[in-house]
Design a protein around this ligand. Structure first.
Ligand code: ADP
Ligand code: GLC
Length: 478
């Protein structure tokens, strides 16, 4: 089985969120299972800097107005071969990969990710200059979602699996980009890539792909309904026969409290004592009062409405009055960034906030916090709630998407059965969030209950084996 895995980010080379983690771990697991999987990604400055020795393997025609692009080849640390699209005018610049330094989307994103999709389509058709031909192209999110639309009009096209990691981002652009993308006008129709007069990358992907997956079973249901369908619920419901929800796994080697260089001391389910050292290190690092007995609430997240951080900021004074301490790590929305920093300033020793991206600190928070917060409004899968269970840091989550599918609420019955791993709330209100954190804090002070919860979470296997096998089954069926 030969699979071309197309992605706009991959850890540790370039990461803004969970897609990068998945793009690293899923191909690695497939590779270990004997699948000939290769990754295709844009040649951002950060990627070329991190991989200085790449071999040029082909020159390809890209988009109509652009010069030919150079396809570079390398091998990822876990043995997966990858190709990088070298096109300096599209990918080599300062700022972020989707936005400039002021947080504005790059004005030429349609072309930047149209090019990624176009190259993927080329490699998945008989026009490829390479010896290697995939059996399946696996696309991820809107950035590569135009691939099946291109392939629809190509000779010798292979089937496409389209994975939705987040329906909130669709890649919607004015119709004027259609010719610039070299896309057939024939695709620009309601039964195709058109979305209320604009071009939608994601809609094209959902319409033309042979199979659609999303990253949890619950989210696969939710996106077929008005509330979380973001306007695509009708199309998704009409394709429900070809839509599968597969819960993401986590990289058990990367996220392992027994061998994590970012934490103060290793620990395991059998011997949790080392966790206290990370808690102390975290309290010191974030300027909090060092106290082993007060529960530390941790949150690591993109600062957006999706993640419900605004609710946490709103009730921060009530949270620390429980009493508890609060640690926030993330970046994004400038208002939320300012509020988080203001709170830390206002409640020194009780609230700590770091605005920015810090991989090491994210691991320390998973290990050093006692309770992890994830009150997301919606969450396709979410990874941090799985990391936190593995680190003995029971999560408080809203019952949505992958959070619902990966956390078991703590109550007498689930505790008795030995499968309680966290705290789940249904109603999305600050009051119910506060009540649920209160419930977690009460449990934290009951040593027996708490240790049981920690051990239950740490004992769960969130590894990729099962999920990778589910993807392989879909590839094989195509
Ligand atoms: P999403 O992809 O929606 O952002 P996930 O929970 O799937 O949410 O994945 C987020 C990933 O990004 C996790 O690995 C998380 O630790 C990481 N992350 C998010 N923000 C930061 C940050 N500021 N610093 C370090 N890691 C972060
Ligand atoms: C998206 C989602 C997140 C998911 C991640 C990886 O960014 O917001 O829930 O875990 O993709 O699939």
């Amino acid at each position: 089985m030969r699979v071309l895995f197309v992605t706009s980010e991959i850890a540790p080379l370039i990461k803004t969120g969970g897609l990068a983690d998945v793009s690293a771990a899923l191909p690695a697991e497939l590779h270990a299972m004997g699948v000939d999987v290769r990754v295709l990604l844009p040649g951002y400055a950060q990627v070329l800097k991190a991989c200085p020795v790449l071999e040029s393997v082909a020159q390809l025609a890209g988009l109509p107005g652009l010069p030919e692009v150079n396809l570079l080849q390398g091998t990822l640390p876990d043995g997966v071969p990858f190709w990088v699209i070298d096109c300096p005018e599209m990918y080599q610049r300062g700022g972020g990969i989707y936005q400039d330094e002021h947080g504005q989307d790059w004005p030429d994103n349609a072309l930047r990710f149209g090019l990624l999709s176009k190259v993927a389509a080329l490699l998945g058709s008989s026009a490829t200059p390479l010896q290697w031909r995939p059996d399946v192209v696996h696309c991820n999110d809107w950035q590569s979602a135009l691939t099946p639309a291109y392939l629809h009009y190509a000779e010798g096209a292979v089937p496409v699996v389209m994975t939705v990691h987040n329906l909130a981002f669709q890649g919607i652009f004015p119709s004027s980009v259609v010719p610039e993308l070299g896309l057939s006008w024939d695709s620009f129709k309601p039964d195709g890539a058109e979305f209320y007069g604009n071009l939608s990358f994601l809609k094209a992907g959902l319409f033309y792909a042979r199979h659609i997956t999303t990253v949890s079973p619950s989210y696969a249901q939710e996106i077929q309904k008005d509330e979380l369908g973001f306007g695509l619920q009708g199309l998704l419901a009409s394709r429900s026969e070809s839509l599968t929800g597969i819960l993401n796994g986590i990289d058990n080697a990367e996220w392992n409290p027994e061998a994590d260089i970012n934490i103060a001391q290793p620990y395991s389910a059998a011997n949790l004592s080392g966790k206290a050292a990370s808690k102390q290190a975290l309290q010191k690092h974030m300027g909090l009062r060092v106290d082993p007995d007060i529960p530390v609430l941790g949150m690591v997240s993109r600062f957006t409405q999706q993640k419900g951080l605004d609710m946490v900021l709103e009730i921060a004074p009530e949270l620390i009055a429980l009493p508890a301490q609060l640690v926030l790590l993330g970046s994004g929305d400038t208002d939320m960034q300012r509020k988080a920093l203001d709170l830390a300033h206002h409640y020194p020793g009780q609230i700590g906030a770091y605005v920015g991206f810090d991989e090491g600190l994210s691991h320390l928070i998973e290990a050093g916090a006692d309770i992890f917060l994830m009150p997301s409004r919606f969450e396709p899968c979410g990874l941090n709630q799985m990391y936190s269970q593995r680190y003995g840091t029971p999560p408080v989550v809203h019952a949505t998407g992958g959070l619902r599918d990966s956390v078991v609420d703590c109550n007498a019955a689930t505790l008795g059965r030995g499968d309680a791993t966290g705290f789940v709330f249904d109603m999305l209100t600050t009051q119910s969030l506060l009540n649920t954190v209160q419930r977690a804090v009460t449990a934290f002070h009951d040593k027996g209950v708490w240790t049981a919860l920690q051990r239950n979470g740490m004992g769960k296997n969130f590894g990729w084996e099962k999920s990778a096998a589910a993807y392989l089954k879909i590839y094989s069926a195509l």
